[in-house]
Every structure is written in structure tokens, then in C-alpha cells.
Design a protein around this ligand. Sequence first.
Ligand code: FES
Ligand SMILES: [Fe+2]
Length: 445
Amino acid sequence: MGATRKHVAIDPATGKLDRSIFSERAVYDDEMERIFGRAWLMIGHESLVPAADDFFHTYMGEDPVILTRDGQGRLHALLNMCRHRGNRVVRCDDGNAKRFMCTYHGWTYRNDGGLDYVPGESEAYYDALDKSSLGLIAARVETYAGIVFATWAKDAPSLEAYLGDARWYLDTVFNRRDGGMQALGPMKWLEPVNWKTLVDNCSDNYHVPTSHLSSARVQTRWLGRPPLSHEDQFASPNRHAFVNGHSLTFRDADDNTPRYVHGITKETFPLFRQYHEATMPEVERRLGRFRARRVQLGNHSIFPNGILGLRLALPRGPLKTEFWHFVLLDRDAPEELKRAIRIGSQANNGAAGMFEQDDVDNWRQVTSASTSRLSRWHPQELSMGLGHAGPHPDYPGLVSERYISENNQRLFYRRWEEFMNAQSWADIPLDPISAHFDGTAAMRG
Ligand code: FES
Ligand SMILES: [Fe+2]
């Protein structure tokens, strides 16, 4: 692995963005090696493999990976490629198995990746095959609050350092309860969009009153949600923060209300408020009073391709992305509340979600515009809020002055350049952890 071509995407002084990064094959090939071959990637959730010998089939970039829990309860991320000729040794989405047998010639692997059995080991190979060096290729695995991450890079920092102060915000959704979370799904579908268009959109609140006007009107009319206007968005006390490539938007909520999630309606709101109040002592113990009561994480992305919670934008070529939509729920929440969130999540995001369809149309067009040689002469314009972000006394990371800003997007493309131009992890800067993590919540939950 070695960087040769110098990639320049964004001009930090003007916010001009080169469109070719959304469609050029050579750029995409470098992304697979230098970003998806290096970064910590979200690949699943512990609740998808709850028992010994459970497995869940997932991806790291374009590479098929088996997330397994071995007989001792340890997690593994194994490249789904037989070391003999390369067949996949798992052909289904999930299951429970102590071993995986390749159906080409029968090489059989344990669920910790070790090569266990080779037909004709004595007769065909004369006992000369070094089975110990031919296990399934294993990635490093670590977890944060039950979310499983993996990386191919032996020199990558710890997941804790990789998330850094972003975890201060992420905890307010993913690390609230002693009982942790459970993942449902995923719902999967393909779209003709570049994977970065979705990530970029996670901090784009500017589009909401325009793109989602009709969806928001439906919500106002049928769900009792307040109407949405540009004026509300511009006056919003919400903010953006950026840490190590991770884009976070959050609400500084001094009114101690439950965080808005899809599934809240005028009928279900009392249920959400009741749950918020009943769990507040536990959440305060875990996160400290300030984060428990005031900080509400909203849309966010985890570098490179984790979007809006446990959703994945899996690259499938420069002009195609496979969407994986999970729903994450507090495991010990009442069933009625879980049901409201599950239905609300599918109705708004997911393949048939009202908001998702508005968004996907935008991402298709942004991608499509990048394919024309003529269009590429004219860069994207990401200058909004230039010079209006910096450190904040209460909030970690680089914080924008306003909720409507393109600061996170500019910094995302800077992070992209840092990965694309690095020779190794030694060249990739990481902000030191400086936030004060009040409460008992830790990396492992
Ligand atoms: S390709 Fe798997 S056993 Fe030959
Ligand atoms: Fe949107």
C-alpha cells in the first residue's frame, strides 16, 4: 500500500469542491485501498450475533466479511474468501455454525478463522501444507457501546482514539442505558449514487425545508409536528461539530425534552416523555447531568461511511451504493415505544421512507452531474459559513456558529484528502481526546 497520486478535492479558502471525486474510477479504486483499507469501519452490532457460534454476513467496503462470535464469546471479522481458490465460505446472511466449509474442494474453517480440515491433507498434499498460515484473513475488531467496528490496518490507532471526542456526542444516543441497544435489520437496497453524497448530507440541514417540504407538511398535518421553515432553521440553536472525520449535529436543549426521532407523533409523544423521565436518573448516572439533560445528538456520520446511526453506505463502484438500514433500539425500552420507533423509522427512512426518497433523488443528481466532463470544469460551491467555526467552551471538536453551515462538509473532504494522500496511519492526524466524560458510560458500554 502506498500513496502515489496526490488527491486534492476541496479548496479550504473558497470551499470549491472538485466534482470528479464522485465519478472517477481511479479515485474510487484509491478510496478502496486508502480509506476502506485503513479506517475503522462499522460492520454490525453485537446484538446481531448474541450467542456463541452466531455469525452475521457483512462488508468492509466491497469486501465480504463474516462477523462471528466463537465458542468463547470472542468476536472475529473474517474475509469471506477461501484461501485455496477464493470461493466464499458463507453464502447466507446469518446463522449459527462452528465451522464453515468451502463448497469448491471442501476446505473447512473454524469460526475463529483457523483452517481446520483439508480433504486429502496426507494423500494429496503429502502432509506438506502449512494449515496454520492459511486461516481466513482476519481484520482487527473492537466495539463501542455494542457497535462492532473492524479495520484491515495493523497500524491503526485504537477505536477509542479513532472516535476521539466524537464519542462525547455519540454517547447521548448509543450509550444511554445499562442494558445497551439492539439492532433490527438491515433493510438493503441499491442506488445509483456515489457513497460520499450520503455522508455529505448528514450535516446538511439547509436542504430540509426545501427538499422535504411535502414530507414535512404531511408530518405537520397527520402527526402534529410543528411546521418547518427556513427561518426556523436559521434561528435554530442547534450546532454542528467535527472531530477526526466524524460529523455531528446536535441540539443544545435546555428544556429537557426527549430527542426527536421518527416515531414521535402527537399520540406517541406522552410515551416518549414518560420514558425520558423514567430513565433520566440512569442516564444522568451514565453520562453526567449536562450531557444527559442538554445534549441531543441529531444527524451525524462516522468516517468514512457510517450515517445517521447504524446505517451504512457501502460503496459498489463510483456510481453505485448499497444502503444498509438498521434500526437501533434501547434493549430495555417498553415494547410500545420500540414499535413506534420501528414503524416511524421505516416510514421516513428506509427504501420506502418519505424523507429517504426526497434525499435519494438529490444524491442521484449530484452524482450524475459529476459524470459530465463539461460539468467538471465547474466545481461544487461549499462556502457556507466559511470562517465561522472554532473551539467552544462547552462542546468538544470544531464547532460551527450556526446550525446551517457547510463547515462539516468542508472538513469531511479535508479528512478524505488526509486518508487518500497518507502513506500509512503515521501520516493521518488525530485530535487528542480532550472532552471530559462525566458519568459511568465507557467504550464497552
Ligand atoms: S476454493 Fe475453497 S476449497 Fe478450493
Ligand atoms: Fe434529507
